[in-house]
Design a protein around this ligand. Structure first.
Ligand SMILES: [Zn+2]
Length: 197
């Protein structure tokens, strides 16, 4: 709804998704590359401004929109979460913050899947930013000898530190024509990653 698409098309696609997944309500976020984590349920109105949502409500789906950033879907028996994590999110700790908030709700044996996202080979940043970020987060060094960041290995490492087993679907959005990529297309749509119980 914020990337220049026709609102009517977006609404039609979203209602199609509800039908396909048989989920009466899917909650989307107004994502801002921050570190706000919000608990939601069926009564949540509109789109909360945040980059991660958590729910213990069996009647909702949680959605994260992305086009290169990491869509991370997190599951456990008592709580689920959808995280939007790009470079800023990895630096500002949105992942551990979300996991801690799930644990506070009683979640154990937490697992995560990282959907299609830009790979380390495709994500070059300026050298100053590269050194600043990799100094604090060495797991984000992309091993190609350039100033590339590997957001995926950064996320996997943060999840591991929080005792969360994770898996990446191994699809780079920039290299695959099946997915939207901001770096490849600039003016582009967003794909939705959705999780429910
Ligand atoms: Zn790539």
């Amino acid at each position: 709804m914020h990337v220049g698409d026709d609102d009517a098309h977006v609404a039609a696609n979203r209602s199609e998704l509800n039908k396909l997944l048989s989920i009466p309500k899917i909650i989307y976020m107004r994502q801002v590359h921050g570190n706000e984590v919000i608990n939601v349920d069926f009564d949540t109105q509109g789109e909360p401004e945040c980059d991660a949502i958590i729910s213990t409500d069996k009647s909702v789906g949680l959605a994260v929109l992305s086009a290169d950033c990491l869509p991370i879907l997190v599951s456990s028996k008592v709580a689920i979460a959808a995280i939007h994590a790009g470079r800023k999110g990895l630096v500002n700790g949105i992942i551990p913050k979300t996991i801690n908030q799930m644990i506070a709700l009683g979640a154990t044996e937490i697992e995560a899947i990282i959907g299609p996202a830009i790979c380390g080979d495709c994500y070059e940043v300026d050298p100053i930013m590269y050194s600043e970020i990799t100094r604090g987060l060495p797991s984000m060094v992309a091993k190609n000898g350039r100033s590339n960041l590997d957001l995926i290995s950064g996320a996997i490492s943060q999840l591991q530190s929080s005792n969360v087993k994770s898996k990446y679907v191994n699809v780079c959005t920039k290299q695959s024509n099946d997915f939207y990529s901001y770096r490849r297309l600039q003016n582009t749509g967003r794909q939705a990653g959705v999780i429910s119980f």
